[in-house]
Design a binder for this molecule. Structure first.
Ligand code: G6P
Ligand code: MN
Length: 447
C-alpha cells in the first residue's frame, strides 16, 4: 500500500508517519512517498521520519521527490497538505486583512478567501493529475481552507476526494469527556461546513446527553469551547459551535486582539518554522527532538488570542496531542480494509443537508467503508446556522468561479458577500492589496 504526501516537507508530516508506525495490521501502508517543491524541507522532514522509525522493524519505507507526476503514479492514497505561498503568504493574508479592519485567519473571513483564491488553482491542477495518473487513488485533503479546497477537487475527482479536519472530533471528544461518556459509544450530531459547524446533540443509546451539559454551568466551564463561548451564549444557541465560530460570534474582539498581538499566528509560525528548518541544516542536529520541541510550542499557542479575549486560560493537556493524523489513519483503514466506521468528514452533500445543493461539500458524520464515505442524513439546521452556512457556501462558490474565470469582479464579490466583510469598498481594497502582495493572484484580471 503506497501513500503519497503532497506537501511532504511540511511540518505536520511526522504526525502522520507516527500514526502509520503504530499500525502493524495486514493491509497497512508500507511505502510513503513525500513530494514537495522544496528539496531542503524534504530532507529535513525525512530525517525526522528516519529517527521516528528507528527500532520499528515494519516501518513504512520513505522516499522523497520533487517530481509531482512521479509521486502520484502508483499511489493508493494521496494526502494533500500543501501550503500555497508558504507561511509567509499566510502572514500576508492576515496583515492585509487586519489593515482593513477585518479578520485575516487562514480559513475564516477575508484571509480564508485570499488563501482559497491562491490555493484553488493549484489544487485543481493536482486533482486533474490524480485523475489522469492515479485514477483509482483516494485523495485525502488536509489543505486549508479544507471545505472549499475539497469542493474544488471534487469537481474533478467526484467522491474520491475526502476532506478532513480534527476540530469536530476534538470537540466531540471534549464534550463526551465532560459528560463522562465513552466517545466510542456516542453519536455526535455535528453538522455544517468545515470550521463552521455545531454539535447539536450527543446521543448515547438513543438518549441525547447535550441538554445535561447545557444546563450545567460548571460542566460548561470545564472545556475549551465552553470557556471560549461562555455558558450563557451556548445555552442561547442550544448547541456547541466549532471553535472557529468564535471568530464570528466574537468578531470585534478577535479582530482587535489580532490587531494588537505582537505577531499574528501566521507570522509566529513563519518565524518558528524558519528556525526549525534552519536548525536542521546542521546534519548532526537531533531532528526528532527539534521537531517535538517546535510542535509542543505550536500546540500550546494555538488560538491563544481567542482564549485570551475570552479569558479561557491555557489549553488542557489532553487537547495538545492533535488528532488529525488519527482521523486520516482511521479513514484509510476503513477504505483499504473495509473496516466500517463513522467519521466526521468533508464530502459532497448529496441531500444530507436540505439547505444546500447536492454538490456542496459539507462537514458531516459519514459511514465509511471500502466504497468510500457516505454522508448520514442530518436533520435541518436551526435558522441561525442555515443563514451562516448558506452565506459562506455562496462565498465559496464565488471563490471557485473567480478561480475558474480569473475575474477580478467575481473575487470582489466573494469578499463583499462574506458576513465578516462589512463593506463592498473594503472588499475592493482587499482585492487591490492582496493582488499586489501575492504573485499567486496574478491570474485575477481587470474585468
Ligand atoms: C486545527 C485546525 C486545522 C489547522 C490546525 C493548525 O487542527 O482544524 O485546520 O490546520 O489546527 O492550526 P495552526 O494555527 O497551528 O496552523
Ligand atoms: Mn481544520
Amino acid at each position: 500500500m503506497r501513500l503519497t504526501i503532497l506537501g511532504g516537507g511540511g511540518f505536520r508530516v511526522p504526525l502522520v508517519y507516527g500514526a502509520l508506525l503504530g499500525d502493524h495490521a495486514e493491509g497497512r501502508v508500507t511505502e510513503v512517498v513525500l513530494h514537495d517543491l522544496d528539496a531542503e524541507r524534504l530532507d529535513a522532514v525525512s530525517r525526522v521520519l528516519a529517527e521516528q522509525a528507528a527500532g520499528v522493524p515494519d516501518a513504512p519505507r520513505v522516499r522523497a521527490t520533487t517530481d509531482l507526476d512521479e509521486a502520484l503514479r502508483g499511489a493508493d492514497f494521496v494526502f494533500s497538505a500543501i501550503r500555497v505561498g508558504g507561511l509567509e503568504g499566510r502572514a500576508e493574508d492576515e496583515r492585509v486583512a487586519l489593515a482593513q479592519g477585518v479578520l485575516g485567519q487562514e480559513t475564516v473571513g477575508a484571509g480564508g478567501i485570499a488563501y482559497g483564491l491562491r490555493t484553488v488553482p493549484v489544487a485543481v491542477d493536482i486533482a486533474r493529475r490524480v485523475a489522469r495518473l492515479a485514477p483509482d487513488a483516494w485523495l485525502i485533503n488536509f489543505t486549508n481552507p479544507a471545505g472549499l479546497v475539497t469542493e474544488a477537487m471534487s469537481r474533478h475527482l467526484g467522491d474520491r476526494v475526502i476532506g478532513i479536519c480534527d476540530s469536530p472530533v476534538g470537540l466531540g471528544r471534549r464534550i463526551a469527556r465532560v459528560l463522562g461518556v465513552n466517545p466510542r459509544e456516542a453519536w455526535i450530531d455535528y453538522v455544517g461546513l468545515n470550521h463552521l459547524g455545531w454539535v447539536r446533540g450527543l446521543r448515547v443509546a438513543g438518549r441525547d446527553q447535550l441538554p445535561r451539559l447545557l444546563a450545567d454551568p460548571t460542566l460548561l466551564g470545564s472545556f475549551e469551547e465552553g470557556r471560549l463561548f461562555g455558558a450563557d451564549w451556548l445555552r442561547s444557541l442550544g448547541a456547541v459551535p466549532n471553535e472557529y465560530l468564535h471568530y464570528y460570534y466574537f468578531n470585534r474582539e478577535t479582530v482587535c486582539a489580532y490587531q494588537q498581538a505582537e505577531k499574528t499566528r501566521g507570522a509566529f509560525l513563519r518565524d518558528q518554522q524558519a528556525r526549525f528548518y534552519e536548525e536542521l541544516r546542521d546534519p548532526n542536529a537531533p531532528a526528532l527532538d527539534a521537531w517535538n520541541r517546535t510542535r509542543a510550542e505550536r500546540e500550546a499557542t494555538y488560538m491563544a488570542e481567542n482564549r485570551q479575549t475570552a479569558g479561557a486560560g491555557e489549553r488542557e493537556a489532553d487537547d495538545l496531542s492533535g488528532g488529525y493524523e488519527k482521523v486520516a489513519l482511521a479513514l484509510m483503514r476503513a477504505i483499504a480494509r473495509d473496516e466500517r466506521t463513522t467519521l466526521i468528514l468533508n464530502v459532497r452533500n448529496r441531500g444530507s443537508l436540505s439547505a444546500l445543493d447536492s454538490e456542496a461539500v459539507v462537514e458531516i458524520p459519514c459511514l465509511v467503508d471500502a466504497s468510500g464515505a457516505h454522508p448520514v442524513s442530518a436533520g435541518p439546521l436551526p435558522g441561525h446556522a442555515t443563514g451562516l452556512v448558506c452565506a459562506v457556501k455562496a462565498v465559496e462558490r464565488e471563490v471557485l468561479a473567480a478561480a475558474e474565470s480569473g475575474s477580478r469582479a467575481t473575487a470582489v464579490k466573494a469578499f463583499a458577500l462574506h458576513p465578516l466583510v462589512d463593506s463592498v469598498n473594503v472588499a475592493r481594497r482587499l482585492v487591490e492589496d492582496y493582488t499586489r502582495v501575492h504573485p499567486g493572484l496574478a491570474y485575477l484580471r481587470q474585468r
